[in-house]
Ligand binder design. Structure first.
Ligand code: ADP
Length: 451
């Protein structure tokens, strides 16, 4: 087992990994940028090393700075968290060639899953249903037009190397497709360093349902059920829950098996998520996230499996400590992402000093957050300051528990999305479980027309 792990991330996920290390008797060394020099999670790690100035490109994304820190700290492994370098195959390769284990899948699997059109090809080979679309990246305007006519409008232009819900464009006809294609390519090049794009049929009101998987280096892969992440803003998740109100036992079984087939097809080890869109009784693959996800606690509450500890164990070469039949699901879990954003200013980030902070507690409530009173949220990074997760015997009780916990949550000094979350949890479509990825836009536009 590892003796010391470097955590190449910040905020709540750095804290989450520190906690897993502590429970495993592994020392944790956390890196930080100058903007995070006084951050509260640094005190909880065994050591902390500054890796550069505030801009991520010069700190959390700087491979040489992170590798130097790892060498100085003499660690056995690096946990990349999510975002930043977590799905960077080049980084994983450099770690391993420096004799430092990268806590994640193989370089080849990261590479193949990071390229969405290769991931779709692997899914097809594994017999996993796909959203209709182009065969690989679209090489020219003519191919794009031909594909769109074949699959029918509306179509979605997506970046092959995309992520974070960015750079997607819907086209409703030939003219908008031609107009959007060039700008989508330019945007993809600027954001992801790769201009290639592909086309998918744009589903009007799907649900986003994903399957958590975990595999070891011996080829064993287990799935840990689904998470419904359809409550989104600008293609980014806001509320997640499990079990999904939309899945029948039969569909759940099929999706779990499909995710495992795909993972085995690419020799996947570590934790990962296979994402699908669901419409009625049909499901189709969209992408794989080859890392731990923000919403992993939802699955941890339901299965009692610690996913971060499992990541560390399998990265150290241990076999999975459970088999598929050992995984059971109990009750219902919901997660709300707490973002420091101002809902009255188009959800603009709201960094600054947290003056009052009182987190909820009581039965079935979990908080994964680095926030506290006196913490100054820097303007340089993601606006998520924590996650509130509840677990209860069934969906109705989980909703009541989440409402109660949101009411207890007090954060002052910065604006947060808590008022928005309260409205979502009180919405009758949400409580009926009757929602798609369009839900939040529809709720917000209904609210603004009522004003
Ligand atoms: P990213 O990697 O940028 O997060 P995804 O492929 O995971 O991109 O898609 C993010 C979200 O965009 C999905 O959860 C869904 O809401 C929406 N989306 C993606 N593909 C489609 C599609 N073909 N039709 C409709 N919505 C889609």
């Amino acid at each position: 087992m590892f003796k010391r792990i470097l955590i190449a991330n910040r905020g709540e996920i750095a804290l989450r990994v520190i906690r897993a290390c502590r429970e495993l008797d592994i020392e944790s060394v956390v890196v930080y940028s100058k903007a995070d020099a006084n951050a509260p999670w640094l005190d909880l790690a065994d050591d902390a090393i500054c890796i550069g100035p505030a801009p991520s490109a010069k700190s959390y994304l700087s491979i040489p700075n992170i590798i130097s820190a790892a060498e100085i700290a003499n660690v056995d492994a690096i946990h990349p968290g999510y975002g930043f370098l977590s799905e960077n195959a080049h980084f994983a390769e450099i770690c391993r060639s420096s004799n430092i284990e990268f806590i994640g899948p193989s370089v080849d699997a990261i590479h193949r899953m990071g390229n969405k059109s290769e991931a779709k090809a692997a899914a097809k080979k594994a017999g996993v249903p796909l959203v209709e679309g182009s065969d690989g990246p679209v090489a020219s305007e003519a191919v794009a037009l031909e594909t769109a006519r074949k699959i029918g409008y509306p179509v979605l232009i997506k970046a092959v190397s995309g992520g974070g819900g960015r750079g997607m464009r819907v086209a409703h006809n030939d003219i908008s497709l031609v107009n959007s294609l060039l700008s989508a390519q330019a945007e993809a090049e600027a954001a992801f360093g790769d201009p290639s794009v592909y086309l998918e049929k744009y589903l009007e009101a799907p649900r986003h349902v994903e399957i958590q998987i975990v595999g070891d280096r011996r080829g064993e892969v287990v799935h840990l059920g689904e998470r419904d992440c359809s409550i989104q803003r600008r293609h980014q998740k806001v509320v997640e829950e499990a079990p999904s109100p939309a899945l029948s036992p039969d569909l759940r079984k099929k999706m779990g098996r499909a995710a495992v087939r795909l993972a085995k097809e690419v020799g996947y080890h570590g934790a990962g998520t296979v994402e699908f869109l669901v419409q009625g009784k049909e499901f189709c693959f969209i992408e794989v996230n080859a890392r731990i996800q923000v919403e992993h606690p939802v699955t941890e509450m339901l299965t009692r499996v610690d996913l971060v500890k499992t990541q560390i164990l399998v990265a150290a070469g241990e076999p999975l400590p459970f088999k598929q039949d050992d995984i059971t699901f109990e009750g219902h879990a919901i997660e709300c992402r707490i973002n420091a954003e101002d809902p009255d200013r188009g959800f603009a980030p709201s960094p600054g000093l947290i003056t009052v902070y009182a987190a909820p507690g009581g039965p079935g409530v979990r908080i994964d957050s680095h926030a506290r009173a006196g913490y100054r949220i820097p303007p340089n990074y993601d606006s998520m300051i924590g996650k509130l997760i509840v677990h209860a015997a069934d969906r109705d009780q989980a909703i009541r528990r989440m409402r109660r916990a949101l009411d207890e949550y007090q954060i002052e000094g910065v604006k947060t999305t808590i008022p928005l979350l309260r409205r979502i949890l009180g919405n009758s479509y949400f409580t009926a479980g009757d929602y798609s990825t369009r839900f939040l836009d529809q709720m917000l536009s209904a609210e603004s027309s009522a004003r």
